[in-house]
Design a protein around this ligand. Sequence first.
Ligand SMILES: C[S@@+](CC[C@H](N)C(=O)[O-])C[C@H]1O[C@@H](n2cnc3c(N)ncnc32)[C@H](O)[C@@H]1O
Length: 252
Amino acid sequence: LKFTCLTLFPELIESWSKTGLVGGAIKKNLLTIETLNPRKFTSDIHQSVDDTVYGGSDGMVLKFEPLAKAIESLGPAHVVFLTPQGTPWTHAKAQEFVHHSNIVLVCGRYAGFDQRLIETFADDEISIGDYILNGGEVAALAVMESVARLIPGVLGNKQSVVRESFAEGLLEAPAFTRPREVNGMPVPSPLLSGNHALIAQFEHDVALVRTRVRRPELLTGEQAAEAVKSAERLKFLSSSELKALGLRLEDL
Ligand SMILES: C[S@@+](CC[C@H](N)C(=O)[O-])C[C@H]1O[C@@H](n2cnc3c(N)ncnc32)[C@H](O)[C@@H]1O
């Protein structure tokens, strides 16, 4: 999978792509990340990519021509504009993107894009949330990092991707490590049982109940009904074990 970021600030993408799991994935040739600066496609001495807004509002808008030429120079690809007005970015969308071989991420700046760029080139328009960033680069990093994790071989442990929050539509059950007790909160007893089937059932029950408490809109009707049974099954836990799980008696 190759990502090309069209950005006026390629250094933001480049420093990130050298670090951590993403840097490792690039070294293993599982992923390619390139940048292209639209300023290379300008013809004036100032290399201007922006101009004043028609209609008299404040601010500058990214011009059609340099970005259009930059996009066209990259050949066939899935072209994605990062904008606060786009489709909300989700795990499901990341799972869709991992099947593309060539993705171009177009990062805006200033007051955004001349709308005709989006109308001409966008295969997708993505927002990472209902707030305004200064530019599309942070959004592009969020998109690339969440897709990279889904490429087979990028994470050491295959199970991580399957069990993580959202992978099966649920929030993951909380995790614990030594010591066994902190501030009166013990590691819940099923996790110490060594019984893998029991642990899997327990974690599934906790995942369902936590999702019902924190993000009820994620549950299907079937899962919501299942969560009622899960809550029943968790009633044996002490209040301190529940606290350790981020739950309260009234959540069951
Ligand atoms: C200051 S914003 C422009 C906002 C635009 N004037 C509006 O109100 O819709 C500059 C650029 O940051 C990026 N951006 C800002 N917020 C974003 C978000 N929530 N998701 C994705 N990209 C975002 C876009 O690329 C956008 O073109």
